[in-house]
Design a protein around this ligand. Structure first.
Ligand SMILES: Nc1ncnc2c1ncn2[C@@H]1O[C@H](COP(=O)(O)OP(=O)(O)OP(=O)(O)O)[C@@H](O)[C@H]1O
Length: 287
């Protein structure tokens, strides 16, 4: 459910992003409310990550404005948490799961001095919160992808963010860990009121928790509730080519056709287009 009558955490007005003569998106108006869960969907290269970078103040807009807590966005805002893509840590990395979470609280001071008692208490609470207690003392390189992602979520939550930006945090996780990490993020936004902007190429793992979808494709976008956006007519219009939205076994699969030929599984050329369920990738057919 979309919360109403509350002041937006994030406000985009007429926001546009172009590189040379290529427009990723423009005319983007979006108010993200406290506690709201927004999914950003779209094919490879649509501009999803670039949207997060713009919100993080790392990439200037070509036009328009972005405000976070009523101020123009800037780099390094403590009240924006960021959960990156799952990537396995190199073996030999001495960092323990608890250290990784602690970095969110002690920041650059890590390793230079002992934690204060208050910091230790807050870190322990976070470790428990994200379910990392059983592996808190283990080097992160020895943990599973799902365990590492829990630690990354813990780090991102350390500053009690008003906005949590997630960039494909479920990639390469199996279904159980996808669910675990999704439930963790969902529980946090309900408890703390943090808004979530979640970039993903596959909406299925988060379908139950999403309030609204921003679907970007071919320099255009559409925004609405999942049932309003994830429809054949809406996406065909957005892509400018016939697209079908197939609901099967509780999943949504988006299939397009190129030059009249249906493209299905096995056509994917992008590493993160292989989801662990083995289903046809929602975005794979559409380039
Ligand atoms: N600073 C930049 N200068 C020029 N082009 C850029 C810059 N940043 C991003 N792009 C281009 O913008 C496009 C969108 O990139 P982005 O990473 O936002 O896509 P995405 O939707 O996240 O894709 P994927 O699903 O593949 O991760 C890409 O073609 C990329 O090369």
């Amino acid at each position: 459910m979309i919360p109403t009558g509350r002041h937006p955490v994030l406000r985009l007005r007429d926001a546009g992003m172009s590189f040379g003569d290529r427009t990723l998106w423009r005319g983007l108006d979006l108010d993200v409310l406290p506690g709201e869960f927004i999914a950003v969907l779209g094919p490879n290269g649509a501009g999803k990550t670039t949207l997060l970078k713009a919100i993080l103040g790392q990439q200037g807009l070509s036009e328009g404005t972005i405000e976070f807590l009523d101020q123009p966005v800037r780099r390094g805002h403590r009240k924006i948490g960021y959960v990156p893509q799952q990537r396995l840590m190199e073996s030999g990395t001495p960092l323990r799961a608890r250290d990784m979470i602690a970095l969110g609280i002690t920041g650059h001071r890590f390793g230079l001095r002992r934690e204060t008692r208050d910091e230790r208490r807050r870190i322990d609470a976070l470790v428990a919160e994200v379910g990392a207690a059983p592996f808190a003392a283990a080097p992160v390189a020895t943990l599973s992808g799902g365990e590492q992602q829990r630690a990354r979520v813990g780090q991102a939550l350390a500053s009690q963010p008003a906005l949590l930006l997630c960039d494909e945090p479920l990639i390469s996780l199996d279904l159980r860990h996808q669910r675990g990490v999704t439930e963790l993020i969902d529980a946090q936004r309900r408890k703390t009121g943090a808004a979530v902007v979640f970039v993903t190429h596959d909406v299925n793992p988060i379908l139950d928790v999403v309030d609204r979808v921003v679907y970007i494709a071919g320099g255009r976008f559409t925004i609405g509730m999942p049932d309003e956006v994830l429809r054949a007519d809406v996406l065909s219009d957005l892509y400018g080519t016939p697209v079908d939205v197939v609901r099967t076994l509780g999943r949504i699969v988006i299939v397009g056709s190129t030059e009249g030929t249906s493209i299905g599984e096995g056509e994917h050329d992008h590493a993160h287009h292989h989801d662990s369920s083995g289903d046809v990738d929602p975005e794979g057919p559409i380039r």
